[in-house]
Design a protein around this ligand. Sequence first.
Ligand code: NAP
Length: 273
Amino acid sequence: MTIFTAIPWKLYEDGSTRFWVHYGLVILGFVLAVITIIAQWAKPAPYGKHEANDANWGPMIHQRLGHIFSDALPGVLMFLLVFFFYGSKREHTNYIFMALWLTHYVHRGILHPMLMRYRSKKVALGITLGGFFPNCLFHFLNADFVGNADFVENYYYDPRFIIGILLYVLGYIINRWADHKLRSLRETKGEDGCTGYYIPYGGLFELITCPNYFGELVEWLGWALATWSLAGLVWALFSAATFIPRSWHNHNWYKQQFEHYPPNRKALIPWVY
Ligand SMILES: NC(=O)c1ccc[n+]([C@@H]2O[C@H](COP(=O)([O-])OP(=O)(O)OC[C@H]3O[C@@H](n4cnc5c(N)ncnc54)[C@H](OP(=O)(O)O)[C@@H]3O)[C@@H](O)[C@H]2O)c1
């Protein structure tokens, strides 16, 4: 029984159309990640704490609907369509990855927008589309990969699979916990109609400003490791390109808003950044 293989799957025949579609989109994904980190560092996407009244991002739509549109359509519907109709591999490993992905996106795309207590009821269509289009690219890539990769037998025993899935689950728990904690801030302290911002305390919030982003980053790094794919890697990089600058902007925002903001907290990575 071979336990370790350098590349533990086969995808498309070199040079075939599907090969070029897949790897062409991977390259596009890398370019988009670089553009994103530069753009987000220069100016955070204008929603939530960084909402800008002067920015014209098009007509306003309902915030919950906007999130369902940008996350559930690509993350659940398109992912399933690509997996089942464009994908051809039907082994347990393929289904495990599909289930993991859906665990995240059914929550993020459907439950999370229904549950969160947003300060603004509306969001600009441009912001929604700014999430929707990159999501379509990266979610297509990942569905294409997990629906078509022919994994080696016994990949379940491979350390990349085991550690990657453990990281994914750990990141998921941290992300869910942190978003829940933020949501409960408005539940318990919302004398002002549940629209204010408060300093979160407890758990990872004692170390970093954005444990929700940290958790999600751990999740996608775990995904990239477990799938051992460029599709997973480029998606983890794109997520990092969003979280690294936005956590820094959020961190500075808290420091400006709250005089007594805990000085030892970092932005995204405990003790480091
Ligand atoms: N994969 C990706 O590329 C990607 C990109 C972005 C986000 N995400 C994920 O999407 C989720 C939400 O992201 P986000 O950028 O919207 O996060 P966020 O800015 O931390 O806000 C999350 C929710 O908590 C509320 N909130 C935040 N800070 C608060 C405070 N101090 N007091 C009271 N309420 C507070 C926000 O209200 P307001 O809306 O009123 O500000 C919002 O409803 C996260 O889990 C994140 O990991 C993923």
